[in-house]
Design a binder for this molecule. Structure first.
Ligand code: IPD
Ligand code: CA
Ligand code: CA
Length: 270
Protein backbone atom coordinates (compact mmCIF):
# COMPACT_ATOMS: atom_id res chain seq x y z
CA UNK A 1 0.00 0.00 0.00
CA UNK A 2 1.26 3.48 -0.87
CA UNK A 3 1.82 5.60 2.22
CA UNK A 4 0.58 9.13 2.86
CA UNK A 5 4.08 10.56 2.47
CA UNK A 6 4.17 9.33 -1.12
CA UNK A 7 0.77 10.87 -1.87
CA UNK A 8 1.99 14.10 -0.28
CA UNK A 9 5.14 14.14 -2.37
CA UNK A 10 3.35 13.46 -5.65
CA UNK A 11 0.74 16.10 -4.85
CA UNK A 12 3.60 18.51 -4.12
CA UNK A 13 5.23 17.75 -7.46
CA UNK A 14 1.91 18.44 -9.19
CA UNK A 15 1.20 21.65 -7.26
CA UNK A 16 4.66 23.09 -7.93
CA UNK A 17 4.45 22.25 -11.64
CA UNK A 18 0.97 23.78 -11.88
CA UNK A 19 2.12 26.84 -9.95
CA UNK A 20 4.85 27.40 -12.52
CA UNK A 21 2.18 27.31 -15.23
CA UNK A 22 0.13 29.94 -13.37
CA UNK A 23 3.14 32.21 -12.96
CA UNK A 24 3.83 31.82 -16.69
CA UNK A 25 0.35 33.00 -17.72
CA UNK A 26 0.07 35.79 -15.13
CA UNK A 27 -0.61 39.09 -16.84
CA UNK A 28 -0.56 37.51 -20.28
CA UNK A 29 -4.14 36.21 -20.57
CA UNK A 30 -5.38 38.95 -22.95
CA UNK A 31 -8.72 37.58 -24.23
CA UNK A 32 -8.29 34.05 -22.78
CA UNK A 33 -10.84 34.79 -20.01
CA UNK A 34 -14.47 33.64 -20.27
CA UNK A 35 -17.48 33.32 -17.95
CA UNK A 36 -18.54 29.75 -17.08
CA UNK A 37 -22.23 30.49 -16.58
CA UNK A 38 -22.90 32.71 -13.60
CA UNK A 39 -21.75 36.32 -13.85
CA UNK A 40 -18.26 36.67 -12.45
CA UNK A 41 -17.50 32.93 -12.49
CA UNK A 42 -14.46 33.09 -14.75
CA UNK A 43 -12.32 30.46 -16.38
CA UNK A 44 -9.04 31.25 -18.09
CA UNK A 45 -6.47 29.50 -20.21
CA UNK A 46 -4.37 29.33 -17.04
CA UNK A 47 -7.03 27.30 -15.14
CA UNK A 48 -7.10 24.78 -17.98
CA UNK A 49 -3.35 24.55 -18.50
CA UNK A 50 -2.73 24.22 -14.76
CA UNK A 51 -5.35 21.47 -14.47
CA UNK A 52 -3.84 19.55 -17.40
CA UNK A 53 -0.46 19.51 -15.63
CA UNK A 54 -1.94 18.31 -12.33
CA UNK A 55 -4.02 15.62 -14.01
CA UNK A 56 -1.07 14.28 -15.99
CA UNK A 57 1.03 13.83 -12.86
CA UNK A 58 -1.71 12.38 -10.64
CA UNK A 59 -2.95 9.97 -13.31
CA UNK A 60 0.57 8.83 -14.22
CA UNK A 61 1.29 7.87 -10.61
CA UNK A 62 -2.18 6.71 -9.54
CA UNK A 63 -4.09 5.50 -12.61
CA UNK A 64 -6.70 3.65 -10.52
CA UNK A 65 -7.66 6.62 -8.37
CA UNK A 66 -10.82 8.71 -8.75
CA UNK A 67 -10.50 12.40 -9.56
CA UNK A 68 -12.77 15.39 -9.08
CA UNK A 69 -11.20 18.36 -10.82
CA UNK A 70 -12.92 21.74 -11.09
CA UNK A 71 -12.60 22.20 -14.85
CA UNK A 72 -12.86 18.52 -15.97
CA UNK A 73 -15.38 17.21 -13.41
CA UNK A 74 -15.33 13.55 -12.40
CA UNK A 75 -12.65 11.43 -14.01
CA UNK A 76 -11.77 7.76 -13.75
CA UNK A 77 -13.45 5.08 -11.69
CA UNK A 78 -15.50 6.99 -9.11
CA UNK A 79 -15.80 3.95 -6.82
CA UNK A 80 -12.17 3.96 -5.85
CA UNK A 81 -11.51 4.63 -2.14
CA UNK A 82 -9.01 7.32 -3.18
CA UNK A 83 -10.47 10.56 -4.53
CA UNK A 84 -8.33 13.53 -5.54
CA UNK A 85 -10.08 16.91 -5.27
CA UNK A 86 -8.24 19.39 -7.49
CA UNK A 87 -8.59 23.13 -7.91
CA UNK A 88 -5.98 24.10 -10.50
CA UNK A 89 -6.45 27.81 -9.80
CA UNK A 90 -8.27 28.88 -6.67
CA UNK A 91 -8.77 32.63 -6.87
CA UNK A 92 -9.42 32.95 -10.60
CA UNK A 93 -10.98 36.40 -10.28
CA UNK A 94 -7.92 37.65 -8.40
CA UNK A 95 -5.66 36.03 -10.96
CA UNK A 96 -7.47 37.61 -13.90
CA UNK A 97 -6.95 41.02 -12.27
CA UNK A 98 -3.36 40.22 -11.28
CA UNK A 99 -4.34 40.56 -7.62
CA UNK A 100 -1.83 38.35 -5.83
CA UNK A 101 -4.08 35.93 -3.93
CA UNK A 102 -4.40 32.66 -5.82
CA UNK A 103 -3.10 29.13 -5.54
CA UNK A 104 -3.21 25.53 -6.64
CA UNK A 105 -5.08 23.22 -4.25
CA UNK A 106 -4.74 19.44 -4.34
CA UNK A 107 -6.44 17.29 -1.72
CA UNK A 108 -6.83 13.55 -1.30
CA UNK A 109 -9.84 11.96 0.35
CA UNK A 110 -9.52 8.36 1.44
CA UNK A 111 -12.90 6.76 1.99
CA UNK A 112 -14.40 10.24 2.08
CA UNK A 113 -12.02 11.66 4.69
CA UNK A 114 -9.46 14.38 3.83
CA UNK A 115 -6.03 12.84 4.39
CA UNK A 116 -3.51 14.75 2.27
CA UNK A 117 -3.43 18.39 1.21
CA UNK A 118 -1.07 20.60 -0.75
CA UNK A 119 -1.75 24.29 -1.39
CA UNK A 120 0.79 26.24 -3.41
CA UNK A 121 0.77 30.02 -3.75
CA UNK A 122 3.19 30.60 -6.62
CA UNK A 123 3.21 34.41 -6.47
CA UNK A 124 4.62 34.34 -2.92
CA UNK A 125 6.30 30.96 -3.40
CA UNK A 126 4.53 29.55 -0.35
CA UNK A 127 4.02 25.81 -0.21
CA UNK A 128 1.59 24.50 2.40
CA UNK A 129 1.51 20.75 3.02
CA UNK A 130 -0.36 18.53 5.43
CA UNK A 131 -1.19 14.87 5.83
CA UNK A 132 -2.95 12.92 8.54
CA UNK A 133 -0.48 12.20 11.31
CA UNK A 134 2.40 13.88 9.47
CA UNK A 135 1.82 17.47 10.57
CA UNK A 136 1.44 20.71 8.65
CA UNK A 137 4.17 22.82 7.10
CA UNK A 138 4.77 26.07 5.23
CA UNK A 139 7.83 25.90 3.00
CA UNK A 140 8.78 22.65 4.83
CA UNK A 141 8.71 24.22 8.31
CA UNK A 142 6.05 23.25 10.88
CA UNK A 143 3.12 25.63 11.28
CA UNK A 144 0.41 25.97 13.86
CA UNK A 145 -2.75 27.97 14.35
CA UNK A 146 -2.95 31.22 16.34
CA UNK A 147 -3.78 31.25 20.04
CA UNK A 148 -6.39 34.03 19.86
CA UNK A 149 -9.18 32.95 22.17
CA UNK A 150 -11.62 35.88 22.13
CA UNK A 151 -13.86 36.59 19.17
CA UNK A 152 -13.53 40.33 19.89
CA UNK A 153 -9.76 40.05 19.31
CA UNK A 154 -9.95 37.82 16.25
CA UNK A 155 -9.36 38.47 12.56
CA UNK A 156 -11.54 36.36 10.29
CA UNK A 157 -11.80 35.68 6.58
CA UNK A 158 -14.75 34.59 4.46
CA UNK A 159 -15.97 34.44 0.88
CA UNK A 160 -19.07 34.89 -1.28
CA UNK A 161 -20.02 32.18 -3.76
CA UNK A 162 -20.89 32.96 -7.38
CA UNK A 163 -24.63 32.38 -6.73
CA UNK A 164 -24.67 35.38 -4.37
CA UNK A 165 -26.92 37.45 -6.64
CA UNK A 166 -29.50 34.64 -6.84
CA UNK A 167 -30.08 33.78 -3.20
CA UNK A 168 -30.72 35.67 0.04
CA UNK A 169 -28.52 32.98 1.66
CA UNK A 170 -25.49 34.83 0.31
CA UNK A 171 -23.42 35.37 3.46
CA UNK A 172 -23.95 39.14 3.50
CA UNK A 173 -25.79 39.12 6.85
CA UNK A 174 -23.12 36.88 8.39
CA UNK A 175 -20.40 39.22 7.09
CA UNK A 176 -22.01 42.27 8.73
CA UNK A 177 -22.64 40.44 12.02
CA UNK A 178 -19.07 39.13 12.32
CA UNK A 179 -17.58 42.45 11.22
CA UNK A 180 -19.20 43.99 14.30
CA UNK A 181 -18.10 41.24 16.67
CA UNK A 182 -14.41 40.97 15.66
CA UNK A 183 -11.37 43.08 14.75
CA UNK A 184 -12.28 42.51 11.11
CA UNK A 185 -13.39 40.16 8.38
CA UNK A 186 -11.31 39.86 5.22
CA UNK A 187 -12.38 38.50 1.81
CA UNK A 188 -9.32 37.14 0.05
CA UNK A 189 -11.01 35.49 -2.95
CA UNK A 190 -9.28 32.13 -2.47
CA UNK A 191 -10.90 29.63 -0.12
CA UNK A 192 -7.87 27.33 -0.14
CA UNK A 193 -5.54 30.18 0.84
CA UNK A 194 -8.03 31.23 3.53
CA UNK A 195 -7.68 27.79 5.11
CA UNK A 196 -3.90 27.84 4.73
CA UNK A 197 -3.78 31.23 6.42
CA UNK A 198 -5.82 29.98 9.37
CA UNK A 199 -3.43 27.01 9.54
CA UNK A 200 -0.36 29.24 9.85
CA UNK A 201 -1.94 31.71 12.28
CA UNK A 202 -2.37 34.75 10.01
CA UNK A 203 -6.11 34.72 10.58
CA UNK A 204 -8.05 33.07 13.38
CA UNK A 205 -11.06 31.69 11.56
CA UNK A 206 -12.81 31.21 8.24
CA UNK A 207 -16.35 30.35 7.26
CA UNK A 208 -18.10 30.13 3.91
CA UNK A 209 -21.15 28.67 2.17
CA UNK A 210 -21.37 27.47 -1.42
CA UNK A 211 -17.90 25.91 -1.49
CA UNK A 212 -16.98 22.81 -3.50
CA UNK A 213 -14.76 19.87 -2.46
CA UNK A 214 -11.88 21.11 -4.62
CA UNK A 215 -11.89 24.41 -2.69
CA UNK A 216 -11.43 22.88 0.76
CA UNK A 217 -10.28 19.24 0.91
CA UNK A 218 -6.57 20.15 0.97
CA UNK A 219 -7.11 22.99 3.43
CA UNK A 220 -9.17 20.89 5.83
CA UNK A 221 -6.43 18.35 6.50
CA UNK A 222 -3.76 21.07 6.50
CA UNK A 223 -5.64 23.02 9.17
CA UNK A 224 -6.44 19.97 11.29
CA UNK A 225 -2.78 19.02 11.27
CA UNK A 226 -1.85 22.58 12.30
CA UNK A 227 -4.04 22.19 15.40
CA UNK A 228 -7.20 23.82 14.06
CA UNK A 229 -10.80 22.68 14.02
CA UNK A 230 -13.12 22.21 11.04
CA UNK A 231 -16.86 21.56 11.33
CA UNK A 232 -20.26 22.56 10.03
CA UNK A 233 -21.50 26.01 11.15
CA UNK A 234 -23.26 24.43 14.15
CA UNK A 235 -20.08 22.61 15.27
CA UNK A 236 -21.39 19.21 14.14
CA UNK A 237 -19.03 17.15 11.94
CA UNK A 238 -18.17 18.72 8.60
CA UNK A 239 -20.15 17.48 5.60
CA UNK A 240 -18.32 18.84 2.57
CA UNK A 241 -21.30 18.14 0.30
CA UNK A 242 -23.40 20.77 2.11
CA UNK A 243 -20.97 23.46 0.90
CA UNK A 244 -20.78 25.03 4.37
CA UNK A 245 -17.62 25.09 6.40
CA UNK A 246 -16.45 26.61 9.68
CA UNK A 247 -12.70 26.43 10.21
CA UNK A 248 -10.82 28.03 13.10
CA UNK A 249 -7.82 27.92 15.40
CA UNK A 250 -10.00 25.83 17.76
CA UNK A 251 -9.96 28.43 20.56
CA UNK A 252 -12.64 30.68 19.02
CA UNK A 253 -14.57 27.82 17.44
CA UNK A 254 -17.52 27.56 19.82
CA UNK A 255 -18.03 31.33 19.97
CA UNK A 256 -17.84 31.74 16.20
CA UNK A 257 -20.22 28.83 15.73
CA UNK A 258 -22.67 30.41 18.18
CA UNK A 259 -22.41 33.75 16.37
CA UNK A 260 -23.13 32.08 13.02
CA UNK A 261 -26.21 30.41 14.48
CA UNK A 262 -27.63 33.78 15.65
CA UNK A 263 -27.18 36.09 12.68
CA UNK A 264 -29.61 39.03 12.62
CA UNK A 265 -31.22 39.86 9.28
CA UNK A 266 -29.49 42.40 7.04
CA UNK A 267 -32.28 44.88 7.84
CA UNK A 268 -30.80 45.14 11.35
CA UNK A 269 -28.05 47.34 9.91
CA UNK A 270 -30.37 49.82 8.18
C1 IPD B 1 -13.60 30.64 -5.47
C2 IPD B 1 -12.69 31.19 -4.41
C3 IPD B 1 -13.43 32.20 -3.55
C4 IPD B 1 -14.69 31.63 -2.95
C5 IPD B 1 -15.58 31.03 -4.04
C6 IPD B 1 -14.78 29.99 -4.85
P1 IPD B 1 -12.37 29.90 -7.80
O1 IPD B 1 -12.92 29.66 -6.26
O2 IPD B 1 -12.21 30.15 -3.57
O3 IPD B 1 -12.64 32.64 -2.47
O4 IPD B 1 -15.37 32.64 -2.28
O5 IPD B 1 -16.66 30.41 -3.40
O6 IPD B 1 -15.61 29.44 -5.84
O7 IPD B 1 -13.58 30.06 -8.67
O8 IPD B 1 -11.50 31.09 -7.77
O9 IPD B 1 -11.66 28.63 -8.05
CA1 CA C 1 -12.01 27.41 -6.08
CA1 CA D 1 -10.75 27.28 -9.56
Amino acid sequence: MTNLQTFLDIATEAALAAGAVLQGYLGKLEDAITEKGRPGDLVTAADKASEAVVLEIIRRHFPQHSILAEESGKLGNQDNEYLWAIDPLDGTTNYAHQYPAFCVSIGLLINGVPQVGVIYDPFHDELFRGAAGLGATRNRRPIKVSDTSELSKSLLVTGFAYDRRETPDNNYAEFCHLTHLTQGVRRSGSAALDLAHVACGRVDGYWERGISPWDVVAGVILLEEAGGKVTAYDSTPLKIATGRILATNGSIHDNLSRALMQVPPLSAWE
